[in-house]
Design a protein around this ligand. Structure first.
Ligand SMILES: [Mg+2]
Length: 124
């Protein structure tokens, strides 16, 4: 089983990412969702089949930077991929996320190919 966890406080963005994931042609069994870092940690704790987390940066409760920081205390970068989704102008935040252990990032608006390139290695 290979699952993807999509973390974003916008339900519209989660829907767009879900649709984009279907367009990538990547092989995965399921897509799970969480609306902030706290919820993401709880979903991850209950599902070891999650291979990669695709996470927004700006979210209430726990943001993407705090999430990747927490995740790297539990899972190393080969066991669980963490890919940030960022907006243009979010370079400083992305740099911080990469320093905290994110594997990569995609910038909105993203194409199916950009998502595929960032996720493929974690679903192999
Ligand atoms: Mg957000």
């Amino acid at each position: 089983m290979k699952k993807i966890l999509v973390v974003d406080d916008s339900s519209t963005m989660r829907k767009i990412i879900r649709r984009t994931l279907r367009q990538t042609g990547l092989a995965f069994d399921d897509v799970l969702e969480a609306e902030n870092g706290i919820e993401a940690l709880s979903v991850l704790a209950g599902d070891p089949a999650i291979r990669v987390v695709l996470s927004d940066i700006n979210m209430p409760e726990m943001n993407g930077i705090e999430l990747v920081t927490q995740l790297r205390t539990q899972h190393d970068a080969t066991a669980l991929g963490v890919v940030m989704v960022t907006t243009e102008g979010g370079e400083a935040m992305v740099k911080t996320a990469m320093e905290r252990g994110a594997n990569g990032y995609v910038t909105k608006p993203f194409t199916p190919d950009a998502i595929k390139d960032a996720l493929e290695v974690h679903l192999g």
